[in-house]
Design a protein around this ligand. Sequence first.
Ligand code: G3I
Length: 350
Amino acid sequence: MIKKNIIFYIGICILLFNSCTKEQLSSCSTNKRLADCLDFYCGNVVDLDRMDSIPEYASIVTEQFNSVTAENIMKPNALHPTRNVFDWEEADQLASFCQASNKRLHGHTLIWHKQLPPWMYAFQGTKSEWEEMMRDHIFRIVDHFKGKVTSWDVINEAFEEDGTMRNTIWLKNIGPSYIEKAFQYAHEADPDAILFYNDYNIVLNPIKRKAILDLCIQLKAKGVPIHGIGIQMHIFNGFPENNDISKAMDEIWNQDFIIHISELDVSINVNGTEMPVAPEKDLDIQAEKYLYIFKAYDRIPNAYKFGITIWGVGDRDTWIRYSSNRDDYPLLFDDEYQPKKAFCTLISEL
Ligand code: G3I
């Protein structure tokens, strides 16, 4: 948790209140740093190509946030392209940027069913050979970034919506114990790293949430080094309901798990209709949704706050446009990297 001088906070907040009141939202400036309004980390997901080629993108990442998650370059296909070759180049560049700019780096992700290198999908072996392969994968990566990466999403998206375990190559070849083993291997490589289970629809789907929480509780009781739960939070203006967001967070920290809102974006186009321009009324609702989430998160005990990470800088960067092929405007900055109502509301109200 960030420990800052209270007087410094008060000074900054007075400054923010005066310079970005609701009446001034249309001209709200980015001179104020979002991360400075908060007593928890606030991050964004980073794409190195955009950092290098879009100055506005780079300056928002550098100036507004104090935590970083790699959007793709720390996934298995990027870091471990062939069985005996690890490619550290791009992730090392990101780690250097984080060190030079004093930002926390969160590792995403060690074990997933997507974005694995082809050799991993094709791997043949006994259960113990699969365990050894998974151990080598996790150990080498976590060990490489020891001291540079604070925390890892060790397991990403291992559950289906009905609460059953997803039938991944890991489950098929190792069995359900792959999850606890993955956490153990990561912990062996870096005993100081904060280790997360990360998933989507944790708020929206109580069945999935219960399945995840039950497993995490059970593993923790066995002494497995699992410290937190990443709530991805790819959500919509209309849902989940605000009360359900608070309720889900309460359930998680009450079970002694740190919470990372790890991939926040708020979509405004639930029906996927043609939307060449974002309607003002939807941007107003989106701003209130962001504000609710930040305030609700702020209310949980400090010991359980790992931070909030936004999943994208400007709307033109969002994964939703190319993955879901719909017009959408889910982020804090618009297509031209100008602050949106959501950003201005956060820095004026927090
Ligand atoms: O790197 C290739 C490039 O070589 C190729 O020319 C290009 C052509 O399509 O594709 C590039 O790969 C894309 C990759 O992003 C890098 O840009 C993939 O097609 C694209 O599918 C991939 O999307 C990523 C997605 O994960 C994949 O599952 C998104 O950027 C990324 O934001 C998204 O992030 C996930 C989290 O990791 C887990 N939670 C959900 C979240 C959103 O889906």
